[in-house]
Design a protein around this ligand. Structure first.
Ligand SMILES: NC(=O)c1ccc[n+]([C@@H]2O[C@H](COP(=O)([O-])OP(=O)(O)OC[C@H]3O[C@@H](n4cnc5c(N)ncnc54)[C@H](OP(=O)(O)O)[C@@H]3O)[C@@H](O)[C@H]2O)c1
Length: 219
């Protein structure tokens, strides 16, 4: 598989990148981000891009891929509705519409979150925005699109969140998270499980387009 990865510098994306580089089924990874990952690997190529609403200057390098793992995303905490919508919906759809046009045989996997509202009518702003993003991604002409809705994600293998308060919580609760991950797959997964599930779902498909935490852990 030839994979395009968005968000490779983030907590989820670092985990997905690690699994892609380890997996023999992944031939190459193109990471597109606004900052470099700082990693070097024979399978990894990177494009540092500055306008995530317009990919026309790098389009020529975005075709010929089998899968996109879209891990770019932000927490809504402390963010205006308008900014959150821009970073979540506008950026994701700009990238996805470009990729669908260039790669009709592509499998697109989007990291959203537990509690995302498919009706787009719920009480929580973030859940409505993620719900609309999911719904509109599912309408694009990809070979297939899958929405990953993890609840908590424990970072493994030295991976860190870019968001300081999230990282502080993970450090403080690491033993509890390890235990929760064993006993409660509905509420907890790991960066390793998310990455491995993405590769398997892109390769083999999955019976339904929305995967909750327990599905991610089961794949
Ligand atoms: N962490 C969790 O426990 C968890 C649980 C459930 C769902 N999720 C979802 O997973 C997704 C990723 O979360 P995460 O924890 O990996 O976040 P993170 O560690 O904060 O990483 C965010 C990623 O998005 C990129 N990014 C942010 N704003 C950008 C912008 N304006 N333009 C271009 N790139 C931008 C960052 O790039 P830079 O490095 O350049 O900043 C980074 O690669 C989010 O949608 C989140 O809701 C996370």
């Amino acid at each position: 598989m030839r994979v395009i990865l968005f968000g490779a510098t983030g907590m989820v994306g670092q985990g997905v990148l690690r699994e892609c580089l380890l997996d023999a089924d992944v031939e190459s990874v193109l990471a597109i981000g606004r900052s470099p990952t700082g990693q070097t690997h024979a399978k990894l190529r990177e494009i540092v891009h500055d306008n995530f609403l317009d990919f026309s200057t790098i389009e020529s390098q975005m075709s010929g891929f089998d899968a996109c793992f879209f891990c770019l995303g932000v927490s809504s905490v402390g963010m205006s509705d308008e900014r959150y919508r821009h970073l979540t919906y506008d950026i994701t759809m700009a990238a996805a519409t470009t990729l669908a046009r260039l790669n009709p045989g592509m499998v697109f996997i989007y990291v959203t979150g537990r509690g995302t509202g498919s009706t787009e009518q719920g009480r929580l702003m973030w859940a409505r925005v993620k719900g609309k993003t999911e719904n509109d991604l599912l309408k694009l002409p990809f070979k297939a699109a899958y929405m990953f809705r993890p609840a908590g994600i424990q970072p493994l293998h030295g991976i860190k969140s870019k968001t300081a308060w999230v990282q502080a919580i993970y450090v403080a609760t690491a033993p509890l998270l390890t235990m929760l991950n064993r006993v409660s797959p509905t509420y907890m997964t790991t960066t390793e499980q998310v990455g491995r599930a993405m590769i398997r779902v892109a390769r083999d498909g999955y019976p339904k387009p929305v995967l909750e935490s327990e599905d991610i852990n089961r794949v």
